[in-house]
Structure formats: structure tokens, C-alpha cells
Design a protein around this ligand. Structure first.
Ligand code: AMP
Ligand code: MG
Length: 395
């Protein structure tokens, strides 16, 4: 049996980045940048004012205070969107709005609050200005040609704004994986509004939880199929989903991958493609088949709903992220103090659904009381997976 690390390393080794496509800037949110982005301009592009006020020569205002204000002759205003035409010669000032360009020869801004205008054509400065105060110089934030975003970055609203600043109307992003979700089981039925499943049947929760996980991880749903425990139906579906032209990048199955005599997923994968491994020393989710059919990667997840979700989180999500060219594959890992003892049988690493909170600058964690691998309540109640080391006899 592979350890979790071995299994993940083997999976990531097999996964290749998908191709690149260009999308309009507003469609790039949530996507992954495929190239390094350099600025095509200085930011800010020209020297400008950080305040509403008067552009001055700091030396003209030396010693000015309330009661000993200095008087400067005002030249024309600089409206937003235009360039200053007149230079600030000795003894003069120009009105500039926030973001407006600095006139030539001015080296400081005086805030409007530190001025008084009592006479037409004259402005009184009530506080001495220091050179460069409230002035934003061209290129102070970003230099033309500077690297601003790296390939592999996930595009959030701030990245959208920065891409606009540096002139990217369209953005090269990596293609998202198309994932086929297949659930299995004669006992599993779809939900019908207002109806309960007939005796012996259960509702198909994996169909929905796995699709949601695929979508949340930024991938695209290729198709959604439920299969009876019938080798011919399973084989036909695997063939369709791994078709050269119309198939998926990834096949994800749930259930039918254990050692029961109605578990046909593994033998069918072995018949049509290649099985790399099929068991991982973890709990929940020991049976996990990984392999490929043609160019399509194959993950056979366990059928129990919690096991399916946890194995998706540990193995499928990082694989999809790598396919999409993401630089960050791992979730945050923290150390937390247990609020109660927890038992563990050594031999498999356990992922316990837990509620983790901050307290006094540290983390406290409480395992959810019912850890059954079919109990989705443990997943909705928890905000974290508590990792119990393989050899541990309890913590
Ligand atoms: P299996 O691996 O097929 O033996 O399934 C393990 C357990 O998970 C069984 O109790 C199944 O009934 C249950 N199960 C399998 N598939 C689903 C599904 N799509 N939704 C909910 N439960 C499932
Ligand atoms: Mg089954």
C-alpha cells in the first residue's frame, strides 16, 4: 500500500499542464495565469499629486505657519485628464487635483486644508512644505518592464485590476481540466423531489458533492453519469469518457472499486487502460484506484461519501490544480491543540473531520463526534481535517 505522500507524488508525476488559451480580462477571474506578466508602462505613468491642493516649490514655503503664512501667486488650474502647461516659477503655485499631473519645477504639494484664499490670484500657505510631500513620482510603484505577476498565479479581483493597469485586455490562462463524474451502484438512485427512495435504495449524494468539488476546484464538468453494477455498462461509459476526440481529461468514479464481487471499476480500468495503484494507507478512503485510459487520467474514488470527498481533496484537487498550471497546490497546514483525547489505530494515516478555532493566538481543534465514512454531517460540521500520523496510538 502506498502512503499518502507516495500516492500524491506518483499522481503529480503523471499529471501534465494543459494548453494555454486567451480570455477577455473580465473572464480571467478564478483562472490561472499562463505566462509571466511585465508592465508596459511606469505606474503611475506620470508624476502626480496624492492630494487636492497646490503644487509649490518647497523652498518658497520655508518657515510658513498659521500667522506667518506665505503668499504665492496662483497660475491656472490643472484639470484631471490634462497636462500642466505652466511651470511653477519662484513665488507661484498651481491648483492640482488628486491624481493630476505635477507642473514643471514644482517639488511639493500643499493640501487644500493647509491653505487659505482670501484674495483673487493669491493663495496663502499656512504650513511649510517638505520637498516631495504628497507627490507620487512616475514609476514609483512599478517600473516599465518590471515583472508584476508570475505564471501559475490564480487570478483574484486584485490581479484583474493589476492586469488592467498594465494593459492586458486579454489574458493568457491555462485551459481547465474537463472532468467526467461517474457514480456507480445498483442501490444508488437520483433524487426525486418529494419522494423517498424505495426500500433498499439510497440517494446519490456523490453525484452532487463530486460535481461541486470539480466546479469549486476550477475544473469543468465533462459529463455526469450514473452506472449500474454491470461490467458492460461500465466499460461502455469508460470508453465514451476516454474517447480521443470527445472524451474528458479526467475520469472520476465513485464506488465499485473495493473487493466486493460487484466491484467492476478496477477490472474494467485494467482491461481498457492502465492501473498505477489502487490502495492508499489512509482512513477514510483506503480503496483508491489511480491510472489512465489513453490520454485520460483515471481516479476511482471510494463510494462512501466522506471517503470520496476526502480522497478528492487529497489527490484529485492537487492534480486538477497542476493541470491548470497552478503554482500553489497545497492547503494551509497548521498545528492545533486538541480539546480532548483522540484514539487511533496505528497502520493508516487518519483524516479526522474537526472543528478548528483560534483562541489566544493559537488554534484549538475538536474532532466531530461521528466519524463514520458515510456520515456527510461530519463534512458539513467540520472546517478542517485533523491529521493523525500513521504510527500514532492516539493523541
Ligand atoms: P462501494 O465502494 O460501491 O461498495 O460503496 C461504498 C458505500 O458507499 C456503500 O455503502 C454505497 O452504498 C455507498 N455509495 C456508493 N456510491 C454512492 C453514491 N453515489 N452516493 C451515496 N452513497 C454511495
Ligand atoms: Mg457499490
Amino acid at each position: 500500500m502506498r502512503t499518502v505522500e507516495e500516492a500524491l507524488a506518483e499522481i503529480l508525476e503523471r499529471v501534465e499542464r494543459l494548453g494555454v488559451e486567451r480570455v477577455p480580462l473580465l473572464e480571467s477571474l478564478g483562472r490561472t495565469l499562463a505566462v509571466n506578466v511585465h508592465s508596459d508602462t511606469d505606474v503611475p505613468p506620470f508624476d502626480n499629486s496624492a492630494v487636492d491642493g497646490y503644487a509649490v516649490r518647497a523652498s518658497d514655503t520655508f518657515g510658513a505657519t498659521l500667522g506667518r503664512q506665505c503668499r504665492l501667486r496662483t497660475l491656472g488650474d490643472v484639470p484631471a485628464g490634462s497636462m500642466a502647461t505652466e511651470a511653477v516659477e519662484e513665488g507661484t503655485a498651481v491648483r492640482v487635483m488628486t491624481g493630476g499631473p505635477m507642473p514643471a519645477k514644482a517639488d511639493a504639494m500643499v493640501m487644500i486644508e493647509d491653505t487659505r484664499s482670501s484674495e483673487r490670484g493669491i493663495i496663502e500657505i499656512l504650513e511649510a512644505a517638505k520637498r516631495e510631500q504628497h507627490v507620487r513620482r512616475a514609476g514609483a510603484d512599478i517600473r516599465c518592464g518590471e515583472l508584476v505577476l508570475c505564471a501559475g498565479t490564480r487570478i483574484r479581483p486584485a490581479e484583474v485590476g493589476l492586469l488592467a493597469t498594465v494593459g492586458c485586455a486579454t489574458v493568457p490562462v491555462n485551459r481547465r481540466a474537463r472532468v467526467a463524474v461517474l457514480t456507480t451502484g445498483d442501490e444508488v438512485v437520483d433524487i426525486v423531489a418529494g419522494e423517498l427512495p424505495s426500500p433498499g435504495h439510497i440517494r446519490n449524494s456523490n453525484r452532487y458533492a463530486l460535481t461541486a468539488l470539480v466546479q469549486e476546484s476550477g475544473a469543468i464538468l465533462h459529463s455526469l453519469t450514473h452506472l449500474p453494477d454491470d461490467p458492460d455498462a461500465i466499460e461502455a461509459a469508460f470508453r465514451a469518457c476516454s474517447d480521443q476526440l470527445t472524451g474528458a481529461d479526467v475520469i472520476l468514479t465513485a464506488g465499485g472499486v473495493s473487493v466486493g464481487d460487484r466491484d467492476f471499476v478496477k477490472p474494467t480500468l485494467e482491461k481498457l487502460g492502465h492501473l498505477d495503484f489502487w490502495r492508499v494507507a489512509m482512513k477514510p478512503g483506503k480503496p483508491l484506484a489511480f491510472g489512465s485510459i489513453g490520454n485520460t487520467l483515471f481516479f476511482g474514488l471510494p463510494g462512501n461519501p466522506v471517503s470520496a470527498m476526502v480522497t478528492f481533496e487529497l489527490f484529485v484537487r492537487p492534480a486538477l490544480a497542476k493541470m491548470e498550471g497552478r503554482a500553489d497546490l497545497a492547503r494551509p497546514l497548521i498545528f492545533a491543540q486538541l480539546t480532548q483525547d483522540i484514539k487511533h489505530e496505528s497502520g493508516r494515516r487518519e483524516y479526522v473531520r474537526a472543528i478548528t478555532l483560534t483562541e489566544n493566538g493559537g488554534f484549538l481543534t475538536t474532532p466531530y463526534e461521528k466519524q463514520g465514512s458515510a456520515n456527510l454531517r461530519s463534512m458539513t460540521a467540520a472546517n478542517s481535517l485533523l491529521i493523525l500520523p500513521t504510527e500514532s496510538e492516539g493523541l
